[in-house]
Design a protein around this ligand. Structure first.
Ligand SMILES: CC(C)(COP(=O)(O)OP(=O)(O)OC[C@H]1O[C@@H](n2cnc3c(N)ncnc32)[C@H](O)[C@@H]1OP(=O)(O)O)[C@@H](O)C(=O)NCCC(=O)NCCS
Length: 351
């Protein structure tokens, strides 16, 4: 930062020498932070020389965006970002340094259903936090929310008060995302999951089954996500299985596992007609694609599906954190909740 943008110099008012040094350097007082004690922030150039612009995110930006995201110790996979971005399912914005063209921050807005948009992937490169870039990207994204629309997000704990009190996300849906501790799956625990169900066949999702799975997803989600799903299933990174009920040759569930930027494999969507079908799909995903879970499994169901939690217990997973779903306006969520075992991605989708 010093080399490219300037010097950020903070001193305490209890040390006149600290202030004199700032004056000798010709720094001007930028801000006074009186919250705990008087702390002066002197800045020469950091604010004035850091010029950035907002632009739409492109597919080429995905590696850098995921690098920022991984450095923030948050998890997302290029498969999700690519599928939603290339299907033009919303507005995806990055803040870019004018001089270096480097991406400094990102935020995503995806249409979930009529008048409802989810905000996700909200992050700023650690080195550039606290300079107003985050608020700027967020307010840029919010300009796409009309007066009749509701915006929704999965809130990190430390930001809940800000979202609720300062940014208008005052409606708590009562729904929570449960993030389980991410760890490799033990073979012993995997054996606790069902390994077969009479009349249910597990198959890879190829071209011939894509339409049936998209239709199954539409019934669960109540909205067609054909564009996003077709892109996702056609992507070489996608590892996806479908459960077929042989009695009527019907889809009884489907599951996807993909690699996140931190090297962990994330399950989602995992939708199924019953807990046993969800269990079987998960077991088969792990058995068929073991390379996805060498480091760890990201398993994040919604708390209103008790079956999903009992699967976590069978796998020996421990709850790490619960994230509430906050809205700017109350909306009707008419999803088939009982079929949702893991959501698609909390950055792009409610379920
Ligand atoms: C949240 C985050 C994107 C904010 O980016 P930023 O560039 O540092 O934000 P700003 O400089 O605009 O704002 C800094 C201050 O405003 C708050 N703020 C953050 N986003 C804001 C917004 N959209 N509007 C108003 N205030 C905001 C911050 O909490 C901070 O307040 P504080 O000084 O009282 O601590 C950044 O801290 C980050 O990447 N955090 C880790 C990832 C994360 O938690 N993402 C949110 C997932 S729900």
């Amino acid at each position: 930062i010093i080399e490219t943008n300037g010097l950020l110099y903070m001193t305490l008012d209890s040390n006149p020498g600290g202030i004199r040094i700032a004056e000798k350097l010709g720094l001007h007082k930028h801000e006074e932070l009186p919250r705990f004690f008087n702390k002066f922030v002197y800045s020469e150039a950091l604010w004035s020389r850091l010029a950035y612009r907002m632009r739409d995110m492109t597919v080429d930006d995905i590696p850098r965006v995921l690098q920022i995201w991984a450095e923030l110790e948050l998890q997302e996979g290029s498969l999700s970002v690519k599928s939603f971005l290339s299907a033009k399912a919303g507005q995806y914005v990055v803040a870019v340094d004018n001089r270096t063209d480097q991406i400094l921050g990102v935020c995503a807005l995806t249409k979930v259903m009529e008048n409802t948009y989810i905000i996700g992937l909200y992050g700023v490169d650690r080195r550039y936090q606290g300079l107003g870039i985050g608020s700027h990207i967020f307010s840029t994204i919010m300009t796409h929310i009309g007066p009749d629309d509701s915006a929704v997000l999965f809130s990190e704990h430390h930001l809940q008060d800000m979202y609720r009190e300062r940014l208008g996300f005052s409606h708590d849906s009562g729904i929570q995302l449960i993030a389980y501790e991410c760890r490799p799956v033990r073979t012993r625990n995997l054996q606790n999951l069902v390994d077969s169900i009479a009349g249910i066949r597990i198959k890879r999702i190829g071209d011939s089954l894509m339409d049936s799975v998209v239709e199954y997803d539409r019934k669960v989600h109540r909205q067609s996500r054909a564009q996003v799903l077709n892109r996702m299933f056609s992507d070489p990174e996608c590892r996806a299985l479908v459960a077929i009920d042989e009695s009527g040759d019907q889809v009884a569930g489907y599951g996807v596992i993909h690699m996140c930027s931190d090297g962990n494999g994330r399950v989602g969507p995992l939708y199924a007609d019953s807990e046993s079908v969800a269990e079987l799909l998960l077991r088969e995903l792990i058995d068929n694609f073991p390379e996805m879970v060498v480091k760890g499994l990201i398993y994040e169901p919604l708390a209103n599906n008790t079956g999903a939690m009992s699967i976590a217990d069978k796998l020996g997973l421990k709850v790490e954190v619960k994230l509430p779903v906050l809205f700017t306006k109350q909306i009707d969520m008419d999803f088939q909740w009982d079929k949702v075992y893991c959501s698609h991605s909390p950055n792009f989708s409610i379920i």
